[in-house]
Design a protein around this ligand. Structure first.
Ligand code: NAP
Length: 266
């Protein structure tokens, strides 16, 4: 029997980890898809493609042409459009879909968070008085902060944003997580940061800035996640996604082959 062809929509550490877990599986043939937002992505040892599909019709055409038997949505929690397209295309092609969604960060004792619906509201929430702001929202969503030019921004993203996307008083650091709390606290102090703005991405790689803000008593403007389709089956970890794929594969196999997967604990 041919391996189950799996399209893995990535751009997260979970997608990369799942790529590593899938690579030695003889009954699964995965392909990782990236939007192309990062110039030098860290790739797992599986085939990959880069770039948009061309909306829902393009993704449907891809699923059919590549005979995809399972779709994994391991995109970033803020990549809501790709997730919507995945749900629609999977339904149209009757391809099983699983989403990997890491839990959002939750405020802890000592946190001074203001939870905000979107980036424009976050920029407005900084207020009229000039402040020193640590902005860790990636490089695609900076436009609303140009409308709040009175603040000084320390902007951190994996790749530097283009100069024309920056608010007038901006300093850029290019860095990729994971970050640790002591270094984050030192960075905040060295730049005399008064407030942080971040998306509620969740996960461990970039959570240290929140612990550092708590330690220093700094306020955080936390941009909430966009809503996702409720009906999509969801797990929290790459390991759970691997188990789901192996179980799906076992259901499609003749009984004697499926038994070998069962013996491996699937
Ligand atoms: P999006 O708004 O959900 O997607 C926009 C379009 O990009 C999609 O319609 C699709 O184009 C293409 N695309 C997205 N993910 C793809 C994938 N894995 N493979 C192939 N094409 C993909 O997502 P976004 O514009 O990338 O980002 C939105 C937010 O997510 C931003 O806040 C960003 O900072 C955050 N984020 C994204 C990534 C990432 O890797 N995408 C990583 C970290 C953070 P077509 O319609 O042409 O198929």
């Amino acid at each position: 029997m041919d391996p189950l062809r799996v399209l893995l929509l990535g751009g997260t550490t979970e997608a990369s980890r799942l790529g590593h877990l899938l690579s030695p599986e003889p009954d699964l043939a995965p392909m990782l898809s990236l939007a192309g937002r990062t110039r030098a992505p860290r790739l797992p040892p599986i085939p990959h493609r880069i770039g948009g599909f061309g909306g829902i019709p393009g993704l449907i055409a891809f699923l059919e042409a590549e005979r995809i038997g399972a779709l994994i949505d391991a995109t970033h929690p803020f990549a809501a459009q790709m997730s919507r397209h995945a749900a629609a295309a999977a339904k149209a092609c009757d391809v099983p879909l699983l989403a990997i969604r890491r839990p959002p960060w939750r405020p802890q004792a000592g946190d001074r968070w203001t939870e905000i619906a979107d980036m424009a509201a976050a920029a407005a929430a900084l207020g009229p008085v000039p402040r020193r702001v640590f902005l860790t929202i990636g490089r695609q969503d900076l436009a609303p902060f140009a409308a709040a030019p009175q603040h000084h921004y320390l902007i951190r993203s994996v790749d530097a944003p283009p100069a024309e996307a920056l608010p007038p008083r901006a300093e850029v650091i290019s860095a990729r997580g994971p970050f640790d709390e002591a270094a984050e606290a030192a960075l905040l102090s060295a730049h005399a940061i008064e407030v942080l703005v971040t998306k509620n991405s969740g996960g461990t790689a970039t959570a240290a800035k929140l612990a550092a803000a708590r330690r220093l008593g700094l306020p955080v403007i936390m941009v909430a996640r966009p809503p996702v389709a409720e009906e999509v089956e969801t797990v929290e970890t790459p390991e759970a996604a691997l188990a789901w794929l192996l179980a799906l594969r076992a259901r499609a196999m003749p009984p004697h082959s499926a038994a070998s997967l069962t013996r491996r604990g699937v």
